[in-house]
Ligand binder design. Structure first.
Ligand code: HEC
Ligand code: HEC
Ligand code: HEC
Ligand code: HEC
Ligand code: HEC
Ligand code: HEC
Ligand code: HEC
Length: 707
């Protein structure tokens, strides 16, 4: 019932919007010059008029007013409801019974619940006696995922978006850690970046260089225009008949809106591949971002997608439908006869499509009578379910508890391609020591620029997935060669500088990045990277300048505020450091790295231990296991004379990290101070076992021995 109400609300607002924009459209425009402008593009690159420059998106509500049946049906698909706010009308989760998800690796409990119509997730920890010793709660702002398979939850702070630790798994009807969190529990700190958002929602106001800040409120769901292109001209064609529209009236195909079914093969696949082809790394063409893609283009104009060269044998992952379909003989041997649209009407959810519907699609190409006759296990004669035997349904390797359909159509499905090997999730990192993989362009996505993007892909793969030096080794020649041909490619310059930086070749990194920022003066990311390179080279003044320039472009980058604060701190500019850190926690109040730095600066420099306790305790409220912070708090106790409490904290660090040098050093000091020289000596020897020439441990030991 509630769902229906919501729909009426959408219809109403569509009517309102239509009325409002009527006034916008009757503004006086000059039809002749507009016509010239657009018609002059007719002979340019694209057939469709809404691919050009400033044709605007109108939003789905606009389309609803004329295409109500399609809109109603689309609203019930996964794509039509891919992102939305939680409310009682769309609740499918079980909030009623008591459940708790326990993460044994981190000794944390998680719960999701509703309180006065508002939704929350909570993390907590208990001591042996069952007392709650840590608790952290965040309000759920958005749900990502229709719930066809899973729902994950997002919260925002000042527009910065993060994923939450629990997800709802529809099929199993249970809560569990979010995909990828079994391996690495990022708690409330997994950033939702522009790429996630662009695949899961309409384009939303993203703050360039922010990593994860969006204009609030977010649009809700993937809009019609992601597959049909911007609708402004199309809507005007029917509401605002003028000279211009009469001039194109005679076209047999409506050039103001893209109908994907009329596109050539590569462009047709590209509409779906913008989101359904995830690959292992995605590299955007120089100066382009996802939102530059419009239906009717080739995907390679905007991005190249890279896969491992042995992906044939690889596991079947989420968002890999495109790559799997490409392996099928049906696709390969039908000469462009098979696309996603052969079997899917994107306005209709697969949940409402019967087996007969899909089997009918198979029989569109295969004649039942010419299939091999029945033998043991094969059921070609009697109308068995083709999908059951030829399109395996099962878990993907990256998301547990969820069934997906392997789109590699083939005779045998038992040999490979499913199961939970736990292989690379988009956010997961490989072990440094595992064998490096070879990346290759996915078909259709090579923009032919001399392997430059492949070089970039290797640097990205190194930085985000698998820090094996082999990738940098492969990237250098590709980048250096490619840049001879395309010296103005700024993305390549950035990644070449980054590769030098990651490889420890700092002077070369500085040189490339200095050149880049001299022409690309609004590139905050490049200024940040250059700042880090200067920092590594020991030029702290230049590092500070570069970070400041980055912050001029995007002032709310908390990571850069922390880096800049650290430089001020190291160069003795204590007040500037404190101010810079404080700016950071005004933006993200639970940034534990900054809170810890503020604690340290208050303790050691400003000599305000009360403030230090305050900051450090706050950091530990958010992250009770942050070792640097516990050590700092130990120091605060030590300095203020509470040795017993300090000792407890240092021991806690050692129980988590037996090789922690600062904790051992401080314990040695406390033991000596307590007159327990034997214990102190033991601790110092333990330090030297870990770091054989730790100067301070050696000195202390020498002093103790000479007593
Ligand atoms: C003022 C009414 C109106 C609005 C608003 C409108 N359309 Fe249409 N649309 C039409 C009409 C009329 C047709 C042609 C007849 C038909 O196919 O139903 C059409 C046709 C289409 C087609 C088929 C084109 C083809 O060549 O096959 C698509 C796709 C389409 N519209 C998408 C959209 C989208 C997306 C929106 C929102 C951005 C939208 N429409 C908004 C009236 C409208
Ligand atoms: C803007 C990104 C985007 C584009 C473009 C896109 N998809 Fe999707 N699609 C998704 C996402 C995300 C989901 C999963 C949504 C969910 O369930 O939360 C999905 C789900 C689906 C589903 C299953 C959902 C259901 O209810 O049946 C089908 C089928 C599908 N897409 C087909 C297509 C086809 C065919 C195209 C090209 C014409 C296409 N998609 C284009 C992002 C996209
Ligand atoms: C995921 C991609 C996708 C999205 C999102 C999408 N469409 Fe479509 N649409 C298509 C494709 C593909 C076709 C061609 C279907 C075919 O003929 O097989 C199509 C065809 C159409 C047509 C013309 C053919 C017909 O069936 O009348 C209209 C009108 C249309 N869409 C309107 C919309 C509206 C309105 C929305 C949003 C409520 C929307 N579409 C959302 C992919 C999409
Ligand atoms: C290249 C596009 C792309 C990117 C980038 C992407 N996803 Fe997805 N994701 C998809 C598609 C498409 C699906 C639908 C699954 C499928 O293929 O049926 C999906 C599925 C999911 C699901 C399961 C939803 C369901 O029940 O079907 C979750 C949760 C999810 N993605 C979260 C994320 C997060 C978080 C990020 C960013 C870290 C992200 N995705 C990045 C395309 C993408
Ligand atoms: C667009 C046409 C088309 C559609 C639709 C289609 N196929 Fe095929 N299929 C082909 C072609 C072409 C071949 C290759 C035939 C050959 O090699 O003689 C093929 C081959 C196959 C093979 C043999 C693959 C192998 O590994 O040897 C199987 C099994 C198969 N199809 C099953 C299906 C099923 C099941 C469906 C429906 C889900 C389906 N096909 C839909 C065109 C299609
Ligand atoms: C030969 C037919 C066929 C083709 C071609 C095809 N699909 Fe599917 N697709 C299916 C079937 C069958 C299902 C399972 C429906 C069900 O669950 O009952 C499915 C399910 C899906 C789902 C829902 C999630 C899942 O894995 O069950 C998505 C998303 C999807 N397809 C995307 C695509 C995309 C993207 C393409 C093009 C790259 C594509 N499909 C091409 C037959 C096809
Ligand atoms: C009970 C399982 C089962 C069902 C149901 C089934 N197949 Fe098959 N199919 C097989 C097996 C097993 C083979 C391999 C036969 C061989 O290699 O001798 C096969 C082979 C094929 C081939 C390869 C060519 C050939 O004739 O061997 C095609 C094409 C095919 N099936 C299509 C279909 C279509 C279309 C349907 C639905 C009408 C279907 N199958 C239903 C199990 C099945």
């Amino acid at each position: 019932m509630k769902v229906k109400l919501k729909y009426i609300y959408i219809l109403l607002s569509a009517v309102l919007l239509a009325a409002l924009s009527y006034f916008v459209f009757i503004r006086k425009s000059d039809p002749d010059s507009e016509r010239d402008k657009i018609l002059s593009s007719l002979h340019e690159k694209y057939y469709y008029l809404n691919l050009y420059g400033d044709v605007k998106y109108t939003g789905t509500a606009k389309c609803v007013s004329c295409h109500s049946d399609i809109s109603e049906s689309y609203h019930h698909t996964g794509m039509g409801s891919s992102l939305y706010k939680p409310d009682s009308g769309n609740e499918i989760e079980d909030y009623s019974k008591d459940f708790t998800v326990y993460d044994p690796k981190n000794d944390m409990y998680y719960e999701a619940y509703r309180k006065n119509g508002i939704y929350f997730q909570k993390e907590y920890r208990k001591d042996k006696a069952g007392n709650i010793i840590h608790s952290l709660e965040k309000k759920t702002d958005y749900i990502i995922g229709s719930g066809n398979n899973t729902r994950s939850y997002l919260y925002q702070e000042n527009g910065f978006m993060y994923e939450m630790p629990l997800s709802w798994f529809t099929e199993k009807a249970k809560w569990d850690l979010s995909p990828g969190y079994q391996r690495l529990n990022l708690r409330f700190k997994r950033e939702i970046n522009q790429e996630c958002m662009n695949c899961h929602n309409s384009y939303s106001g993203f703050f360039e260089y922010s990593e994860n800040k969006f204009q609030m409120p977010l649009p809700e769901g993937i809009s019609c225009e992601r597959c049909h292109g911007p609708g402004e001209l199309h809507v005007r064609r029917f509401t605002d008949k003028g000279n211009f529209f009469e001039a194109i009236e005679s076209d047999t195909i409506d050039r103001t809106i893209v109908n994907p079914v009329n596109l050539p093969l590569e462009e047709k696949l590209s509409v779906c591949f913008q989101c359904h082809l995830q690959g292992d790394v995605r590299v955007f063409a120089d100066g382009k971002k996802q939102s530059d893609f419009r239906p009717g283009m080739k995907l390679s104009e905007v991005k190249s997608v890279f896969v491992q060269d042995n992906y044939e044998k690889g596991d079947f992952k989420i968002a890999s439908h495109a790559a799997r379909m490409f392996l099928s003989d049906c696709f390969v041997k039908s000469n462009g006869g098979m696309t996603c649209l052969t079997c899917h009407d994107p306005h209709v959810t697969v949940k409402n499509s019967t087996k007969e519907f899909f089997n009918g699609k198979c029989l569109g190409c295969h004649d039942r009578n010419s299939l091999s006759p029945s033998k043991a296990g094969v059921d070609h004669g009697s109308g068995g379910n083709c999908i059951n035997c030829h399109m395996h349904q099962g878990n993907t390797s990256d998301i547990l508890h969820v069934n997906f359909t392997d789109h590699w159509i083939r005779k045998r499905t038992g040999d490979t391609g499913s199961g939970n090997s736990g292989d690379a999730n988009d956010s997961e990192q490989k072990d440094k020591n595992s064998t490096p993989v070879t990346l290759k362009y996915f078909d259709f996505t090579n923009d032919g620029n001399s392997g430059l993007n492949l070089g970039i892909a290797y640097v990205m793969y190194y930085e985000t997935k698998h820090p094996h030096p082999e990738y940098l080794k492969r990237a250098f020649p590709l980048l250096e060669e490619g840049m001879k041909k395309f010296p103005g490619n700024k993305t390549a310059q950035y990644y070449l500088g980054t590769a030098y930086y990651l490889d420890g070749r700092i002077p070369e990194a500085v040189k490339v990045l200095e050149k880049l920022v001299s022409s690309d003066t609004g590139n905050a990311e490049a200024f940040t990277r250059l700042g880090s390179a200067y920092e590594k080279s020991g030029d702290l003044q230049k590092a500070a300048d570069s970070y400041e320039k980055s912050l001029k472009i995007f002032p709310e980058n908390v990571k850069v505020l922390n880096l800049l604060g650290n430089i001020y701190y190291r160069t003795g500019k204590i007040n500037e450091a404190a101010e810079t850190y404080k700016k950071g926690i005004r933006i993200i109040q639970d940034n534990t790295a900054i809170l810890t730095n503020l604690g340290d600066i208050s303790l050691y420099q400003l000599k305000t231990p009360d403030a230090a306790f305050n900051y450090l305790n706050k950091a530990l409220e958010y992250d009770p296991d942050k070792k640097e912070t516990i050590n700092s708090l130990g120091n605060a106790y030590l300095i203020t004379g509470n040795k017993a409490q300090a000792e407890k904290l240092f021991n806690r660090v050692l129980s988590m990290d037996p090789g922690n040098i600062p904790a051992m050093g401080n314990l040695a000091v406390i033991y000596e101070d307590n007159g327990n020289e034997n214990e102190s000596r033991k601790m110092l020897l333990r330090i030297l076992e870990n770091v054989p020439n730790d100067r301070r441990a050696k000195e202390m030991l020498a002093r103790l021995n000479s007593k």
